[in-house]
Design a protein around this ligand. Structure first.
Ligand code: OSB
Ligand code: MG
Length: 362
């Protein structure tokens, strides 16, 4: 495991403050033949999005998860999720570990991750997040040149009505959505209803996670679909949200749901029930983006996700080649595992701290 810090090209503004350097954990797993798999723990340095942090994940992995795994019984990446299921939460830590196994498994079988999980697309559609710190007209024009197919505005409470109007004035048909990250409350229902006429593709996570009832109440009063993010940590949450009518669209993040195995189960159930899904993002490195690209190559991902070019966030990314967006699409790589080469020299350069775990496999 490496604790790394990657400088962002532009500050990423959230409701909880500005991120200039992205702290991440990269997990590298090696088999006895010396093949390597890479995964990433996308928890942030503060618990503003979920309750995990990069430090809490580091500790839980090192003290509890890694020593407890029965490595003899890991014959498929999904075995990791079953073994770790006795522990609550810490989903981002679990997801990063499982991700490294998926990459390794692909390399062992000489198959791309997309192929391994049954992906059918050769390109995934790309969307981009507009940070609160951005000069919107300028950045939107630049992103339009790259052909991004969906634009997501992070909210500034009670101001997005006006921001949407401003954006629509110079880009009337921009496919636009907003993400409230749970900042609204019951008393804001009338305000949220006032956004119903703005032609948004969807409103993401208006209320705090756990409040399925309140989301149901709002969805009953809106034509605009609601999409849940923070509220959905498992397939069980997704079933609950959809069957209660709390949302009509699902954001799937591998990290938030505890790994690729759970993400695949959510995709499968959603596809059978005709619920559109898209792949969320975590301001992550190319390693994690590569896992997202493979996931988004599955049939049910019919809405462009938060999968943007490496250059959206990074001066230099951890993978070769970097993720490129052309005409709003990203090519799904065919090489084994994540399909990108990890830039191990740069990885070493951004590493602050590392820990090597050697299981007893005698
Ligand atoms: O709510 O989707 C979110 C970033 C950090 C924490 C939460 C979220 C986000 C994003 C970033 O929206 C999306 C991206 O990486 O492109
Ligand atoms: Mg979100």
């Amino acid at each position: 495991m490496r604790k790394i810090e990657m400088p962002l090209r532009y500050p990423f503004q959230t409701h909880a403050g500005q991120v200039n350097d992205r702290e991440l954990i990269i997990i590298e797993i090696m088999d006895i033949e010396g093949r390597k798999g890479f995964g990433e723990v996308t928890a942030f340095s503060t618990p503003f999005y979920t309750s995990e942090t990069s430090e809490s994940a580091w500790l839980v992995l090192r003290r509890i998860f890694l020593p407890a795994v029965n490595w003899h019984q890991i014959v498929h990446p999904s075995n990791m999720a079953s073994q770790l299921s006795i522990w609550q939460g810490n989903r981002m830590a679990k997801a990063g570990l499982e991700a490294a196994l998926w990459d390794l498994y692909g390399k062992q079988l000489n198959k791309s991750l997309s192929q391994l999980i049954g992906g059918s697309r050769s390109y995934v559609e790309s969307g981009v997040v507009l940070s609160l710190a951005d000069k919107l007209e300028e950045v939107i024009a630049n992103y339009q040149n790259e052909g991004y197919r969906r634009y997501k505005l992070k909210i500034e409470k009670y101001k997005e009505g006006q921001m949407i109007d401003e954006i629509k004035a110079y880009a009337p048909s921009l496919p636009l959505m907003i993400d409230a990250n749970g900042l609204y409350e019951e008393k804001d229902i009338p305000y949220l209803q006032s956004l119903d006429s703005k032609g948004l593709m969807m409103i993401e996570q208006p209320f705090r996670p756990g409040d399925f009832y309140l989301h149901q109440q709002l969805q009953n009063q809106l034509d605009t679909p609601l999409c849940l993010d923070e509220s959905l940590t498992s397939l069980a949450d997704v079933k609950q949200a959809v069957l209660m009518g709390s949302c009509q669209i699902i954001n799937i993040k591998i990290s938030r749901v505890g790994g690729m195995t759970e993400a695949l189960a959510i995709h499968e159930w959603s596809r059978k029930n005709n619920i559109p899904v898209w792949c969320g993002g975590m301001v992550e490195s190319g390693i994690s983006k590569a896992h997202n690209i493979a996931l988004a190559s599955l049939d049910g991902f019919i809405i462009p996700g938060d999968i943007s070019a490496s250059a959206r966030f990074w001066e230099r990314d951890l993978i070769i080649p970097e993720v490129e967006v052309k005409q709003g699409r990203i090519k799904v790589p065919l090489d084994p595992g994540i399909g990108f080469k990890v830039d191990e020299e740069y990885l070493q350069f951004v590493t602050q701290n590392s820990y090597i775990f050697q299981p007893d496999i005698s």
